[in-house]
Design a protein around this ligand. Structure first.
Ligand code: ADP
Ligand code: MG
Length: 298
């Protein structure tokens, strides 16, 4: 088992994920409609959109959890197998919007579970615990510890997963996903419930993952996080891809702003507006200091 954690040279440009005309219907409801979508090697791509836009459903279509009603998904040129464990074995790993860890297993055990698609030693070997099993297990543990160190959880390897604070559970999910040695990692709302420091740490972690040669596709509501992180952002609205482009293109698109009306996002305004808001806040603060109770006139 290789234990290489050094930065790999990322061949950019090669298409890792290629989804064509993906449609997913549930009875009369079309949750995803005719979506074309690609992720290239070396890229971090964002998928945003209001609640119920179909983001998670689209992820499920990329991971074999759902078979698209129409359309085709290819990973490195091959059509995805119709089972999620086979998709993981092919090289796509994911985390879930609602954390799915084995609560009563240790942190290390959770990562070891994530390695099962990569170990040749099968179930019988594990049950009979022959010499091949012990050797494979030692290598797996070594790699799992390495991944825990990578996400900053090595000191908690023996803790039960359920005793980790929420932000660390999300990190553990990422370590477990990485344990399958993916070429593409899908993150569904990785910073949900995190404080700003944890969110920033997650940003660094995603950059580090990309630097290891793993392409990343991330769903997130935190726009600051998305626009800092992503090379490209696609916007899903009512199951359809509305806009796609770099951060500036997406932020400047009126249709995106309209789609988000009622869900205003931080940090979207241009520099002038930011300066204006900061000046107003400073003014309000000064006014409050001088005359407590005086309201900010925004
Ligand atoms: N398994 C399912 N069966 C029926 N409807 C579903 C299912 N999964 C999602 N939906 C519906 O599909 C739409 C998109 O949901 P989802 O993909 O979870 O949106 P998002 O992740 O963008 O918030 C919603 O209307 C949701 O109710
Ligand atoms: Mg979702």
């Amino acid at each position: 088992m290789t234990t290489d954690t050094t930065t790999k040279v990322v061949p950019t440009g090669e298409t890792v994920l290629d989804a064509r005309g993906v449609t997913m219907r549930f009875g009369g409801l079309t949750a995803v409609r005719n979506v074309d979508f690609t992720v290239n090697a070396g890229e971090i791509v964002g998928l945003i959109g209001p609640n119920g836009a179909g983001k998670t459903t689209f992820f499920n279509c990329l991971t074999g959890l759902y078979i698209p009603t129409e359309g085709e998904v290819r990973y490195k040129g091959n059509v995805l197998p119709p089972k999620s464990f086979k998709v993981t074995a092919a090289g796509i790993a994911r985390t879930f919007q609602n954390i799915r860890l084995f609560a009563n297993m240790t942190v290390l055990e959770n990562v070891l579970v994530g390695r099962h698609t990569r170990t040749k030693e099968g179930l019988w070997s594990a049950l009979l615990r022959g010499p091949g099993f012990h050797k494979a297990e030692a290598a797996s543990r070594e790699r799992a510890m390495e991944l825990l160190a990578f996400v900053g959880l090595d000191s908690k390897a023996e803790h039960l997963a359920r005793n980790l604070p929420y932000g660390e559970q999300r990190k553990l999910e990422i370590a477990r996903a990485l344990a399958s040695e993916p070429g593409l990692l899908l993150l569904d709302e990785p910073t949900a419930g995190m404080n700003p420091q944890e969110t920033r740490a997650t940003e660094e972690l995603v950059f580090a993952i990309r630097d290891k040669g793993i392409a990343v596709l991330v769903i997130e509501h935190d726009m600051r996080f998305i626009f800092n992180l992503c090379d490209r952002v696609a916007v899903l609205v009512q199951g359809e891809k509305l806009v796609e482009g770099d951060s500036a293109t997406v932020q400047g698109d009126e249709r995106v702003v309209a789609a988000y009306l009622g869900e205003p996002f931080e940090d979207a305004p241009g520099k002038d507006e930011v300066a204006e808001v900061e000046a107003a806040e400073a003014h309000a603060e000064a006014a409050t200091d001088a005359a407590p109770g005086k309201e900010n006139d925004r």
